[in-house]
Design a protein around this ligand. Structure first.
Ligand SMILES: [Ca+2]
Ligand SMILES: [Ca+2]
Length: 312
């Protein structure tokens, strides 16, 4: 008993001595760092500043107006976080590290479907690990276009030279093309729908475009809109077991209490619908709106419809 007690006591003393030695060494290091102000403080984070996203497009890709609201930051192994843009991000300092910055959107306009947008190019940044120097990233890109992955952009309607929307027989309203500069979102013209007691039912589809959309990969319909009444956007399906009108999303008014309406950009995720009807032949864009004939009035402005998906 005595021997083991003595042994354990000496073990304790030994470990204490070791701890004290380490502490002293650590204090020496701290002391040294305290004297040399040019040494890095490894407790301080390294700051990364990310600008708003800037999208560049070619004429065949249509508008460069986007709604990238967030940056998703990935290290080589993990998701670091999701930050509203422009972002100031504190990252661990000490070692050089490379991060990938991915543009984030709200699919279908809802916060519940905040996600990365696969068609916009990402940025990468290498942090040098020195917390005394900041990194500033001009977050920007175009539609992804590499040898392995090409974004196919189908310009469906920007109202610049035409208006492909045609009302159906059961519609008493039409989509018109307007060129009044104060009304137009971008370019020379946009689409406009005026509803009142004599114009209560809108059913319009693009005419003979026969859009060919894949059912095995992400497909989005991008467009800009402004409205003081709700309306629906969807697809007119030709061929297959689900041929017919397929309303997909309700767009809510974009106006404040003073009646000032603002343009919004929508990223409508078509994959759930398209993947459920692999036997469909072709598609048109459909617009639907109804109001009561009780004096209600409504206005809808539209621009820049384009389908986006990866090419084969
Ligand atoms: Ca740095
Ligand atoms: Ca336009």
């Amino acid at each position: 008993m005595k021997v083991s007690e003595r042994l354990s006591l000496s073990q304790v003393l030994n470990s204490m001595r070791k701890i004290l030695t380490r502490l002293a060494a650590a204090m020496l290091v701290v002391g040294a760092a305290g004297c040399q102000t040019d040494r890095w403080d490894l407790g301080a984070p390294e700051v990364l500043r990310v600008s708003d996203y800037e999208l560049a497009t070619t004429p065949s890709q249509g508008t460069a107006a986007h709604r990238v609201e967030e940056v998703w930051i990935y290290s080589t192994t993990d998701v670091v976080g999701v930050y509203p843009l422009p972002a100031t991000v504190a990252l661990p300092a000490g070692e050089e590290a490379t991060y990938t910055l991915v543009p984030g959107i709200r699919a279908n306009g809802v916060s519940a479907t905040r996600r990365t947008y696969p068609f916009y190019e990402v940025s990468t940044v290498t942090m040098d690990g020195d917390p005394t120097t900041e990194e500033v990233v001009d977050f920007a890109g175009g539609y992804v276009d590499t040898e392995a992955l090409t974004t196919k952009v189908i310009l469906a309607e920007d109202f610049e030279s035409a208006n492909r929307f045609l009302e159906s027989a059961n519609s008493n309203v039409e989509v018109i093309r307007i060129t009044e500069p104060s009304e137009v979102f971008e370019g020379e013209a946009c689409g406009y729908i005026r509803m009142d007691s004599a114009h209560t039912q809108l059913n319009a589809v693009t005419h003979e475009q026969f859009f060919d959309l894949p059912d095995d990969r992400p497909v989005y319909l991008e467009f800009h809109y402004k409205c003081d009444i709700s309306f629906m956007v969807g697809l007119q399906v030709f061929g297959g077991s689900q041929a017919g009108s397929l309303p997909i999303l309700v767009l809510n008014p974009t106006c404040d209490s003073e009646g000032t309406c603002v343009w919004n950009k929508m990223y409508l995720d078509l994959y759930p619908a398209l993947s459920s009807m692999p036997d469909a032949g072709s598609f048109e864009i459909s617009l639907i709106a109804n109001i009561q004939a009780d004096g209600t009035e409504g206005n809808i402005w539209l621009d820049n419809f384009k389908f986006v998906h990866f090419d084969d």
